[in-house]
Design a protein around this ligand. Structure first.
Ligand SMILES: Cc1ncc(COP(=O)(O)O)c(C=O)c1O
Length: 336
């Protein structure tokens, strides 16, 4: 007998549950006939981003996803006898790419699931070259405030590169979130990474960018592989940037649903961490409880992130859905 195919809802990779702007789809359709041509360098995108952030195009480096920029930073700026500092329970690519390039990384602890810059300071040595900070942090969703980031920039030597990865910044509502562009003017060792994969909804196209001082950007640009960028991406990214209404709408809906789901999960008696991203982090008392909920969700076609894959045995990360999905989510949350 033919059974109805279960729809899988992806809440495991922090993608935009609302998709992407319609103008992005139009831009892709317009350009699809030209995919037999090699792409041009993304000069128009660099110019647009520079205009948006009040910097020069020479300060912008576009890459095939911000992971490609993370990769480039590690490969290009860190020597084999130097070290990278990463928070534990942070974006796994920092660790994976450090290992892939055989660069040493050390872990700073979190305090109550928060990336506390004071936990970085004892790890800083003469060998430290790069400090990666996901802000908001993935998977915990917590932020480092402007004042705390400034403190870190103030106390560490200016030959250490501090990379703030702001992949989820458009979702942030906490007013103490850093204005990293103003900090960068004062501290040129600050590198800012952003992406089109999250609120812009272009994860499959692979577009990210970094903003940094000219000297660093020049070196990173030289390290890119030829034709690093696909020919559908530039116009898609430009269309995404232009549709501010879509971005604001997604941010607004996310804020509302984040509060709703957070409260419901809290009411269910689970240890949920307040988040500034488009995802929520739940920490369980034991692995058994966590597995029970993970399996229950999987059976219902709700794909969430079991952080066991990343060595966090007692934690789950759940992407925030729309109201219909969120209602379904919390109805399966009881641990009994
Ligand atoms: C903190 C953080 N940075 C970067 C990325 C990846 O971005 P991109 O798709 O631009 O490579 C992710 C993806 O989950 C992330 O969580």
């Amino acid at each position: 007998m033919k059974t109805k195919k279960q729809e899988i809802i992806r809440l495991n990779a922090n993608e935009n549950i609302y998709g992407c702007s319609r103008s992005v789809l139009k831009a892709i359709k317009r350009n699809i006939k030209d995919i037999y041509l090699y792409p041009a360098m993304p000069v128009r995108l660099e110019e647009k981003l520079a205009e948006k952030f009040g910097v020069e195009p020479k300060n912008i480096v576009v890459g095939a996803g911000s992971v490609r920029l993370i990769d480039g930073i590690i490969q290009t700026f860190v020597e084999h006898d130097e070290e990278i500092i990463i928070f534990e329970r942070s974006f796994v690519a920092y660790e994976q790419l450090s290992a892939a390039h055989r660069r040493k990384h050390v872990f700073a602890k979190l305090t109550d699931f928060i990336c506390d810059v004071d936990n970085i300071l004892p790890l800083v040595t003469k060998k430290t070259k790069v400090i990666f900070i996901a802000n908001p942090n993935n998977p915990t969703g917590t932020i480092i405030t402007h004042a705390r980031l400034e403190h870190l920039l103030e106390v560490v030597s200016n030959d250490i590169l501090i990379v703030v990865d702001e992949a989820y910044c458009e979702y942030v509502t906490d007013k103490s979130f850093p204005d990293s562009f103003s900090l960068q003017k004062k501290y040129p060792n600050l590198i800012i990474l952003r992406t089109f994969s999250k609120i812009h909804g272009l994860a499959g196209l692979r577009i990210g960018y970094g903003v940094m001082k000219e000297e660093l950007a020049g070196v990173l640009k030289k390290s890119r592989i030829p034709f690093f960028f696909n020919s559908l991406s530039e116009d898609a990214a430009l269309a995404a940037l232009a549709d501010e209404k879509f971005i604001l709408l997604c941010a607004k809906k996310n804020e509302r649903e984040r509060e709703f789901l957070y409260e419901k999960i809290k009411q269910a008696g689970l240890n949920i961490i307040p988040s500034q991203g488009n995802f929520l982090y739940i920490h369980f008392n034991n692995e058994e409880e966590k597995e029970k909920i993970f399996k229950r969700f999987a059976e219902k076609g709700l794909l969430i992130c079991n952080l066991k894959t990343f060595g966090q045995d007692k934690s789950l990360r759940i992407g925030i859905g729309n109201r219909k999905i969120n209602k379904e989510l919390y109805s399966y949350l009881s641990i009994h």
